[in-house]
Write a protein that binds this ligand. Sequence first.
Ligand code: EPU
Length: 487
Amino acid sequence: MDKFVIEGGRKLQGSVRVSGSKNAVLPVLAATLLTDEPVVIPNAPDVSDVRQMLKVLEGLGSKCERSKEGALSVRSASVPHNEAGWDCVRKMRGSVAVLGPVLARTQHARVSLPGGCVIGVRPVDLHIKGMRALGAKVDVDGGDIIASATGGLRGEEMYLGGAQGPTVLGTANVMMAATLAKGRTVIHGAACEPEVVDLGDCLNKMGARITGLGSPRIEIEGVDRLHGCTHSVIPDRIEAGTLVIAGAMTGSKIRVEGCRPDHLMILLERMREAELPHHFGTDWIETMAFDPRKKRAKPTDVTTLPHPAFPTDLQAQWMALMTTADGMSLVTETIFTDRYMHVAELMRMGANIRRQGASAIVMGPANLKGTQVMASDLRASAALVLAGLVAEGTTEVHRVYHIDRGYARIEQRLAELGASIARVDDDPDAIATDTAPAKDTLTPAKAAVLPKPAATKTAPALKTNPAVKTSPARAAAKKPKAKAARR
Ligand code: EPU
């Protein structure tokens, strides 16, 4: 297990390029199951959630390859196995996106129910509702979703929004299944997120007939078959937003390149209200230098809502920024109302935050001080890294495998901008007991990213892949690889 050691107080400078979107590529990878031809994704980010999704696809029988240049090619000549078990779904909830494609392609699918996670209860009732609307028989048994559509799926008009609003992966799942259904499907209450639009664009390149993308009414005319394509996914708007917040928090001039500011208009607007100087062009955002000791951000409230409102995936990072603002701000989370694991850790660093139901009152400005903090989920980890960049002294962020799920080599890229941040082996005892300071090992490869060294019951039609699920040799072989890949 690795941790980050961050020396706070450094200015950042330079430019950084945004990776392909993790949340766009995961459903696009699932969509590769809809055709027997190869689908190539030139800019798939090399993050652990993508590597996990490739394992899921390989378990279903797909062949996946990454070129030296980083392009991912996936071919599902057939789908001999139609089960995504608990082992993969528990590691990455996004793997539930294979339900629609596997069902549409093989007429049977068994996918483990994801269950809850650290950001709250995460039901999939809307995914199931959508598959049933398309004529599938869906049962939940033994913790698995078991779906079959023996005569094939048929198009239907449906309302897919839930009590919490639209569902991103639910819309993706139903849209993918509907591409091969007989007739026309209309999804009302569809998610409008850029990642759903991107998936629709990819499906249309594969021969699907989808209209209304980006609106809450998506129409899909079913086709007999889809073909392969090459599709570059959209830039990761959450990674871009995190980097922009890093520039704003440290009062630095940095340029975030290869991004889509039009996907981040709400963040830029909130930054304008917070009087954080920045400007942007068609594919870049630049934050401007200022002295954060002399000029503080204006406290600015945010409420997370579906796109184009403030994204839940930037809530933790915004909160980190607001801890340093000049006064009180309110952060309200309406998508995952328990997504506040970062609050206690930010408070350990000196932030003054009070939870009030689905809101958090942030009393700034806090003079954050470096200490040991624990990453708990992907975006909470990003918030702790941001706090570490401005904290006085050394911050150690433990369990950074959470951040590796969605940010490619984040420490290296921040270091290239001038941050003092290094990945070091963590002492498991230090995490378990949270007492003695960790004994660090700074390997040369890791030290290279540190500019100035820091101090310190199965349905008969379902076919499983026994090689993937049961072979201990394969399981053992996977372990060291996963560790090496993390670095
Ligand atoms: N919901 C239901 N029933 C469902 C599905 C969702 O009630 O069947 C509720 C959820 O509980 C939540 C709301 O609807 O309150 C929205 O959830 P949604 O289904 O949109 O979330 P998701 O598709 O599972 C994706 C991203 C998340 C991101 C959310 C919201 C991927 C792989 N994940 O999740 O990303 O927070 O949309 O934008 O695309 C992350 O990257 O850190 C992350 C958690």
